[in-house]
Design a protein around this ligand. Sequence first.
Ligand code: KG4
Ligand code: ZN
Length: 339
Amino acid sequence: MLICLLAIESSCDDTSIAILKDGKVLANIISTQKIHEKYGGVVPENASRQHMESMIPTLREALAKAQINLTEIQAIAVTRGPGLIGALVVGLAFAKGLSLALNIPLIEVNHLEAHVMSLFLNDRVPPFPFLCLTVSGGHTQLLKVTDHNTMYLLGQTLDDAAGEAFDKIGKLLGLPYPAGHHIDRLAKTGQPLFKFTLAKVAGLNYSFSGLKTSVLYFLQNKLKENKNFITENLNDLCASVQEAIITMLCVTLTKAAKQFHLTHIGIAGGVSANSRLRTKIQSLAEDNHWNIYIPQLEYCTDNAGMIAISAYYKFKKSEFADEKITALARYTISPILQE
Ligand code: KG4
Ligand code: ZN
């Protein structure tokens, strides 16, 4: 029997609905909320309102693209957390309504697990166990993945996430929110000429808040001498900041791979769309004899396709959610795995 699922993602500022038939995405509609650009970051209440507005049009678009009728859907998958409570509640309430109306089960998905599971939307999938670096706007995690939806935290950021570092430093540089892809684009014609102190953190953890402070002081000094310093050096500044973040990510990733003897390596989450990270990981793969797994760009930033594939493996095991589940702002992955 072909499994046909509908998945809903609403944890932050993207309303997304996907339809998956037998492990293949038929539609993955993403409605990105533009309102947050105006405020330089996500205002939770605005996000919830926008999800309310976009949910049904996004569903209609997904059904039309997939050429599927709601009656063909066998389960409704939804992000339960982590994320903004108000935003998650909109998605969960909509999912529960659909599951009740269609009389089909509900499947709850952890957004962070789903980022990792986005690797299973590729034709070439990683074998178990593999190491995954999840780099999003809210999280930076190193995970040992031992099965579909089974993963152990090896290390994580102690303060800002990598995506957050891109966004906050981008703001200092006068770039719109979210700044990650702007920095990526501008860095292509810049050189990493400026060097910043990189935090050294114990174990397999990360810290990015020091970099933001170091860039802030650097800019304040330079702007005293030349008020046009940022505009005159924007591309080199972007390349330098990007290089600092990517270097930090890759040093600890390499350490984790060696420590846990893992050679199948994946990256996932919004920052895995970064072109410099993608090329750097390829060159690390050649040096260290790794096999690399990277999501297609469409599945790097938040999307319901990854929620659907995560739910697909849960459906196969009949892991259905209770109808009383509520949203979780924090939703941790399994505790730290000791070597
Ligand atoms: O996974 P995601 O869509 O949302 C969360 O779960 O947080 O990640 C969003 C993050 C933002 O911080 C954004 O700036 C960053 O991913 N991002 C990038 C790029 N595209 C998105 N960072 C660097 N380079 C990119 N090309
Ligand atoms: Zn995400």
